[in-house]
Design a protein around this ligand. Structure first.
Ligand code: FES
Length: 481
């Protein structure tokens, strides 16, 4: 007769059938035979991973947009209870987690959390090494077991991730080490670190490097969207420099210009940097950020040799080549705010001299070379990849983040498509830091822009307020009120 055994079906048909299966069934299928096992590890079947939900019997595996909403209070509470129970058990336990004793002793909450941990380990060891490059989303929100090491492994195995949700987990900066290499998260669009209290500026520095460098490409097509975005970022950054009281000169020049300063005029910059270092804004370690840049030096204000060049009696230059990486963290907003300041060339022309003050004119001169460009190419291999496509960033409750972290995000082309930014509960950021970042986010939607109610920052009238006022478990300066 004409019956056909399933093993005779072509691989394409089998794969189509597998697409109807959830993660649990796929795992069962992979135990049937070696060919099914191989087929079940096809990348397109594992684009969206939800291990925390899967460990609790919810096998949703569609794109995260469909469930992109705050979980209900009860769900959050039961995850927190599970986490507490697991932590207490883990501290007291004198049994091998993989042994049978665990199951006998464990309450329902503990065994659920343990299931989650086994699932995560299994994914990292067996699944992601094969399907990692195809993974687009990983949601680990409210996981009690995910560790920084696990996240680091996951991110190393999933270089094309677009959506990462680590809400209310215990991860540290160590988790993002794999982003230290340039282009570590080039496709990232959504990053939720809400409630990750151990996250500091280091992570933001790794993130900004991982997103790629938009300023390292030639923009020959000045009408392209990418070029327009870059120009918008730069215009805003220039406006911010102007506003911050460093003189009106910042607003007048195009990005390819070089500022030339007299010795006496530079002194205030260096003083400010020194003050910044002493005043508690300690210079962060620049290890990962700087090593990926072209000039492997540190702060502009600390480089005496170059300082001599800049402050020579004959008004010497600072070249663009050592503007970016090394001069990011000196703590002075004029030379660190954007990559245009203090890195131009002497010359006769300013784009618009109308707004410049006389004082500013006497201490600075600027030149434009052939009109607006989107910066020189420093690294052509990255120019086609860098998108900086982050649309959603939540650092709600990451109270250790400071202005330096925000500044890092505004570098290398800013965040041209960022629409949602949540900085609620970031207790150490200031209006200045917010201004710098916002100036590099031309697509920011005020409705989705949250920060502390006590800061009179950018878009104060239209931005949303702090989201953590009623939260109870995330940092907020008014939590005791
Ligand atoms: Fe200030 Fe919430 S952090 S109001």
């Amino acid at each position: 007769d004409s019956s056909t055994h399933i093993s005779q079906l072509p691989t394409e048909i089998m794969l189509r059938l597998f697409r109807y299966l959830g993660p649990e069934d796929l795992c069962r299928c992979s135990q049937v035979c070696s060919s099914w096992s191989e087929l079940a590890k096809t990348g397109s079947l594992w684009k969206h991973l939800y291990p925390v939900r899967w460990a609790r019997g919810d096998y949703y595996c569609g794109p995260p947009g469909d469930i992109d909403q705050e979980p209900d209070e009860e769900w959050v509470k039961s995850r927190q209870n599970e986490g507490r129970a697991y932590q207490e058990w883990d501290e007291d336990a004198d049994v091998d987690e993989s042994g049978e004793g665990f199951h006998l002793d464990g309450s329902l909450a503990i065994s659920t959390v343990q299931r989650e941990k086994r699932l995560l380990n299994g994914m990292i060891q067996n699944l992601l090494p094969v399907v990692g490059p195809s993974v687009k989303s990983i949601v680990l929100a409210y996981s009690s077991t995910v560790s920084s090491k696990m996240v680091r492994q996951i991110l190393s195995l999933c270089p094309n991730i677009a959506h990462l949700d680590l809400t209310q987990t215990d991860v540290t900066d160590f988790a993002f080490d794999s982003w230290s290499s340039l282009g570590g998260c080039l496709s990232l669009e959504h990053l939720d670190l809400s409630g990750c209290e151990k996250i500091t500026d280091h992570t933001l520095r790794k993130l900004t490097v991982g997103l790629g460098n938009l300023t390292s490409f030639h923009c020959f097509d000045k009408s392209s969207e990418r070029c327009r975005n870059l120009r918008a970022v730069r215009r805003k950054q220039q406006a911010i420099i102007f506003k911050q009281g460093t003189g009106s000169w910042g607003a007048a020049c195009t990005p390819t210009q070089v500022w030339v300063l007299d010795t006496s005029d530079l002194a205030d910059i260096e003083d400010a940097a020194e003050w910044s270092r002493r005043g508690g804004m300690s210079l962060p370690h620049t290890e990962s950020f700087v090593e990926t840049q072209l000039v492997g030096d540190t702060c502009c204000c600390r480089r005496s040799r170059r300082r001599r060049h800049r402050t020579g009696s004959n008004a010497s230059y600072l070249h663009q080549q050592y503007a970016m990486s090394g001069e990011m963290y000196c703590g002075h907003s004029s030379c660190c705010t954007s990559d245009l300041a203090l890195r131009t060339f002497t010359g006769p022309h300013c784009e618009s001299g109308a707004t410049r003050s006389t004082a500013a004119e006497s201490r600075t001169k600027c030149a434009s070379f052939g009109g607006l460009q989107c910066l020189e190419t420093e690294n052509r291999t990255d120019q086609s990849k860098a998108k900086r496509s982050l649309r959603f960033l939540s650092l709600s409750g990451c109270y250790q983040v400071t202005d330096l972290g925000l500044r890092a995000l505004s570098q290398l082309g800013g965040l041209p498509v960022l629409e949602h930014l949540n900085l609620s509960g970031c207790l150490f950021i200031t209006e200045v830091g917010l201004q710098e970042l916002v100036s590099a986010c031309p697509s920011l939607n005020d409705e989705h822009f949250y920060y502390c109610d006590n800061i009179n920052g950018p878009h104060a009238d239209t931005a949303s307020g702090c989201q953590n006022l009623q939260c109870g478990f995330r940092a907020c300066c008014r939590s005791g009120e």
